[in-house]
Each structure stands twice: as structure tokens, then as C-alpha cells.
Design a binder for this molecule. Structure first.
Ligand code: HEC
Ligand code: HEC
Length: 219
């Protein structure tokens, strides 16, 4: 009886956690999905030059141009295929053809949201990726997680051991104000009493990879 309640409580808290992460789609996750599924036609930069593109009758869209005026709701319809034909507004004259596959059975709502977040990043970020974010993710888990937390929210285990407030790397407003070069400088040299400098431990190329990973966390 008691253990049944504990299990129920656990399931409830897991449900709460996944609900919380669903609110903040990560363009890091979106980029991984994009590179596995969308790059084939839309190309690594989203501009439409993927390896399959030459074989297609309808050209894959240049996503860095076309999606600017589309709402998240419309993009979800386009990607999933569900309700695509009912998109209103200027799109009535620009219906997406079957050449763009329907992904509704492939991705969860959360995955589609993270794909859209990455498309928005490709479209609008003034801070381009400088190196491989996957390498950056690996290094972040190794060196930064203790303070900045598993997902970069600034809630690592050190925050309960010493009195520090590491930056929340998922906060798009404050992150947008820091340029790539400024971030590189702080990571190499440190800041204040508790943000360590890493220049003797992490190579310049790997610092750029970290910056690229951190960029995707706030988009
Ligand atoms: C087999 C090739 C192919 C793959 C794979 C593909 N697309 Fe497309 N996509 C297209 C083509 C072709 C169009 C243009 C369709 C048209 O204009 O009628 C398109 C159009 C789009 C558009 C609409 C652009 C606009 O605003 O007009 C979006 C958004 C899009 N794709 C996102 C994605 C995403 C996200 C993925 C990966 C999950 C993906 N596509 C995978 C071929 C592909
Ligand atoms: C010992 C805890 C700790 C570790 C480990 C740590 N940080 Fe920090 N970090 C902080 C604190 C505290 C701040 C806030 C500093 C301030 O504003 O005075 C911060 C701030 C930052 C900032 C924001 C700088 C700015 O301009 O405001 C960046 C970027 C950053 N950290 C990146 C990293 C990276 C990348 C790593 C891993 C290589 C890392 N941090 C590891 C504690 C840490």
C-alpha cells in the first residue's frame, strides 16, 4: 500500500518534470533532430541545399527566409502535416506541397517544438554558432554542470553547498546581450569570485564549442 503511494508520487513528480521541460523547447535538441532528418533536403544551414535536394522536383524551401513570417502554430502544421491545408493568411496562395514529408507519426509535440526553436535560431540569431555544439555539450556536462546545472538553468549542486548564483544560460534576454567574443573572454578568464577561468584547462577551439552549446540553450 505504502510503496504503491510512493510509486504514484514518483510518477506524478516525473510527469511534473516533463511538463516543465516541455515549456522550454531546446534548440539544442532541435538541432540534433534537424541534422538527422531535415538536413537531407534543407541542407546543414537550412538554405535548401541538402544532398537529396537535387533529386527533388519541388525545391526544398530556404528555411532561413521563408519561416520569418510564419507563426509557431503554422510551422507545427507544416512540419506535422496535420491541418497543413487549413493554414490561413498569405499561405492560401502558397500551399505547402506533398514534397515536404508529414512528420506527425515520427515526432512528439515536444520534439516539433524544439525543431521550431532551432528553425527560429537559424532564422534570427545574431550570434552564430562558432564550433560544434555537441562537443560543447560534452564539455559542459564535464566542467560546468556542477554550478550551472544539468540543463544550464543555473541550479547545479554547488549552489546548495556554497553561496553562489551562477548565470542561467537558458535566459534568452540576458544571454542575448552577451556577444560570442565576450562569452569567450569570460570562460577563459573567469568572472567575480566564483566563475573560474578555464584557459589552462580547455583549448580555444573547445571554448568556442562551449559558447555554441550555450547559445542554443537560450533559444
Ligand atoms: C524529402 C525532402 C524533405 C525533408 C527530409 C524535409 N523537408 Fe521540409 N520541405 C521540403 C520541400 C520540397 C519543401 C517545399 C514545399 C513547397 O514549397 O511546396 C519544404 C518546406 C518546408 C517548410 C515550409 C517553408 C515555408 O515557410 O514555406 C518547413 C517549415 C519545412 N520544410 C521544415 C522541415 C523540417 C523541420 C524537416 C525535418 C523534420 C523537413 N522540413 C524535412 C522537403 C523536405
Ligand atoms: C564554481 C562554479 C562555476 C563553474 C564550475 C562554472 N561557472 Fe560559469 N559562472 C559561475 C558564476 C557564479 C557566474 C556569475 C558570475 C558573476 O556574474 O559574477 C558564472 C557566469 C558565467 C557566464 C556569464 C558571464 C557573464 O558575462 O555574465 C558564463 C558564460 C559562464 N559562467 C560559463 C561557464 C562555463 C562554460 C563553464 C564550464 C566550462 C562554467 N561557467 C563553469 C559559476 C561557475
Amino acid at each position: 500500500m505504502r510503496s504503491g503511494m510512493v510509486v504514484a508520487a514518483l510518477i506524478f513528480s516525473i510527469a511534473l518534470q516533463s511538463a516543465a521541460s516541455a515549456e522550454t523547447p531546446s534548440s539544442y535538441e532541435g538541432r540534433l533532430l534537424f541534422n538527422s532528418y531535415c538536413l537531407l533536403c534543407h541542407g546543414p544551414d537550412g538554405k535548401g541545399g541538402g544532398p537529396l535536394a537535387r533529386k527533388m522536383e519541388v525545391e526544398p524551401a530556404d528555411l532561413t527566409r521563408t519561416i520569418r513570417t510564419r507563426s509557431d502554430v503554422a510551422l507545427k502544421k507544416i512540419i506535422s502535416g496535420e491541418g497543413r491545408q487549413f493554414i490561413s493568411g498569405r499561405d492560401r496562395h502558397n500551399i505547402i506541397s506533398d514534397a515536404m514529408p508529414e512528420w506527425k507519426d515520427v515526432f512528439s509535440d515536444e520534439e516539433i517544438a524544439s525543431l521550431i526553436a532551432y528553425l527560429r535560431f537559424l532564422n534570427a540569431s545574431k550570434h552564430p554558432l562558432m564550433a560544434d555544439p555537441e562537443k560543447g555539450h560534452e564539455l559542459y556536462q564535464k566542467y560546468c554542470r556542477a554550478c550551472h546545472g544539468l540543463d544550464g538553468e543555473g541550479d547545479g549542486v554547488m549552489t546548495s553547498l556554497i553561496d553562489i548564483e551562477p548565470m542561467d544560460h537558458t535566459n534568452s534576454l540576458s544571454m542575448n546581450e552577451i556577444s560570442n567574443l565576450e562569452m569567450i573572454r569570460v570562460i577563459k578568464n573567469g568572472k567575480g569570485d566564483y566563475m573560474p577561468g578555464w584557459k589552462d584547462i580547455i583549448s580555444d577551439e573547445d571554448v568556442k564549442a562551449l559558447v555554441s552549446y550555450i547559445r542554443l540553450l537560450s533559444h
